[in-house]
Design a protein around this ligand. Structure first.
Ligand SMILES: CC(C)(COP(=O)(O)OP(=O)(O)OC[C@H]1O[C@@H](n2cnc3c(N)ncnc32)[C@H](O)[C@@H]1OP(=O)(O)O)[C@@H](O)C(=O)NCCC(=O)NCCS
Length: 253
């Protein structure tokens, strides 16, 4: 199977959202800094989110945070059929947000990632999800980064690729590892070199090994996300049997 076989198609979302038990919904969104969009997002944030927004010193970082929380709340509100402002979060010790108990039978799980003013959101019922999105940065020394974050096998694989293919391959590898760490919830506190993934452009996305004291390989499923040509992205889900729907937030009616 090639990456093209795993291609994600970003569709116009239906007016009424329905997330089935065996589905994962992915959303691709731009983080608008437009004053009207910012005002609308700000209106639904909680006091602690507003306090966090004030702590960003950089205007762009603050506005991107406000925009992604606004979208996250809007999407959670539509799945839970409650107003966006009523969504309540709790955080694990490593900062991963999840929903505080709400009046639904199955807990809705979610994760998000942002890069370069774009964001990726993932949602599923009763199963942990992790997503990661990174802008492919041609000016980053990926072989040096690989020394720090990739396993020996991954470094060897990367080094034998044609130089023109190394940057994209590194970011593909990186997002796949980080999506798994984010699904499990500890993030980068777990050394990424303990995870090994496939990342060749002609290989299916696969978690090949998990070493050390993190959760075992069983039941974690990795999927490439074809975000756009400037970004690498990945999804990790806790179980095998699911289908993925990809919605484009900007195409909402
Ligand atoms: C979580 C982590 C991987 C995010 O990496 P990143 O590339 O900077 O950011 P991404 O855009 O991919 O993801 C950010 C989102 O992931 C979620 N998130 C935060 N912590 C998370 C975690 N431990 N696991 C999974 N998701 C997490 C949040 O929704 C966050 O969005 P927000 O900024 O709007 O709140 C990174 O911060 C990390 O490893 N943290 C480790 C734990 C840690 O040091 N915590 C300190 C705070 S308690």
């Amino acid at each position: 199977m090639t990456l093209a076989d795993q291609r994600s198609f970003w569709l116009v979302p239906p007016a009424k959202m329905n997330l089935e038990a065996n589905q994962v919904h992915l959303w691709r969104a731009g983080l608008s800094r437009d004053p009207a969009a910012q005002q609308a997002a700000w209106a639904v944030l909680s006091d602690d989110e507003r306090a966090r927004a004030y702590r960003y010193r950089n205007d762009e970082d603050r506005e991107h945070f406000i925009a992604r929380r606004g979208i996250l709340r809007a999407l959670l509100g539509s799945y839970l059929k409650i107003p966006a402002a009523e969504v309540k979060f709790v955080y694990n010790p490593y900062g991963k947000p999840s929903l505080a108990a709400v009046s639904t039978i199955d807990p809705l799980q979610f994760n998000l990632s942002h890069s370069n003013g774009m964001a990726l959101f993932g949602f599923a019922w009763s199963t942990r999800v992790g997503v990661d999105l990174e802008r492919i940065q041609p000016d980053r020394g990926v072989l040096e980064l690989a020394e720090k974050y990739l396993s020996i096998n991954e470094r060897e694989y990367l080094a034998q690729l044609a130089p023109g293919a190394q940057t994209g391959a590194f970011f593909r590898c990186w997002t796949r590892k980080e999506a798994l760490l984010k699904a499990q919830g500890a993030g980068l506190l777990i050394p990424p070199e303990q995870i090994e993934v496939s990342f060749g452009s002609d290989q299916p996305a696969q978690i090949l090994a998990i070493r050390g004291g993190i959760e075992p390989l069983d039941n974690w499923y990795l999927q490439n996300v074809d975000f756009d040509e400037d970004h690498a992205a990945a999804l990790v889900v806790e179980r095998q049997a699911f289908s993925t729907c990809c919605w484009d937030y900007s195409l909402q009616g």
